[in-house]
Design a protein around this ligand. Sequence first.
Ligand code: F0G
Length: 419
Amino acid sequence: MSLSLSAEQPDEPADADDGVWLECIECGDTFAPFDDVRYTCDECDGLLEVRYAELPTFDDFDGHGVWRYADALPFAEGVSIQEGATPLYEVPRLEDEIGVEALRIKHEGMNPTGSFKDRGMTVGVRVAKELGVGRLACASTGNTSAALAAYGSRGGMETLVLLPAGKVAAGKIAQASLHGARILEVDGNFDACLDIVQELANQGEAYLLNSLNPFRLEGQKTIGLEILEGFLADYDAVPDRIVLPVGNAGNTSALYKAFRELVQAGELDEDDVPKLTGVQAEGAAPMVEAIENDADEVRRWDDVETRATAIRIGNPVNAPKALPGIRETGGTAVAVSDEEITEAQRDIAGEGIGVEPASAASIAGLRKLRAEGVVDDDERVACLTTGHLLKDPDAAAAAGSEPEPVPADTDGVLEQLSE
Ligand code: F0G
């Protein structure tokens, strides 16, 4: 099975381009990477992965940010706005309260447009240029649209985004708008938007840059590489577990791929691979359902709801890549309530770190799994926070305290302070 941790490094097929090719994770068919536009397998419609004739070791990495990892990517450089190299914060109070050996927060909200999507776009837009496509497009719960708009404009390309009407946080729409995307608000949820964008892409109307696009996930692998390098520098060991919010399960798939490649390169022992632990909101938890039921496939949820709008997704398109990732690494998946998400968002803010609701799901999930004894007290854990607080100012204001009106004089202020 190609997605096993013990899979052998594949032989280079004749259709490889400079040691890079696409391979179907279901039937193993291979394709030239940049001759034609394709998102899934011609034969069986399975998901595709990028493969390399040569895999890098840690010593090959050089430089700063996503392109430090160029040897693990299809190009030496991309359409860049200096993405990656995000902080790996210590959070001593949370570490103490949750009760693990070490807890670090990898804050992807510190990327140029405020989310991890930038890592995927710097690669994806570079590939779009290689393919010579015209319009770039995505369906989005918000962050992908902001990143696509920014990287598309950086690359001088036209961008189109389809958003679920009324369900995208204000900061994200403002970004897509100012960076010049054409924004269509769809009377439907994210999954319906993605169905339409896939149709448009298949009809040749646009180049799809959702995480179904295998090149986007190559950029997102660098989250895992940075976390590992950070832990190796500080603890001389990789983390026992990485906890992350799950929507389309792109990051889960990308991190798993990063670890598989390190194992294949002889840089990481199979037994040391961090346990990938996915967190979803209770109202949008199809991956959790599949893990709990030991199911081979994920059931599409038609009705989804959560205040963590970024992960309000009922049909995680990368599930065939992510389910083996969770299972093979010995991880798990857990659902948390909106109240638990909000509480975690406040607690993370109490350490000086501002994240949007979906991001806080990682800490909420870790807290729950630690309380249930699934996570041990001797574990070193990295939690991924995927987007910045300012992405969703309404959620932040609702989770925070109310401003108090006072008169414009010191006595009035003192009186208010004495209450
Ligand atoms: N966290 C945030 C802040 C997100 O924006 C997303 C996905 C996820 C987590 C889920 O990541 O799909 O890799 O499991 N947002 C997409 C978007 C769907 O359109 O911005 P995943």
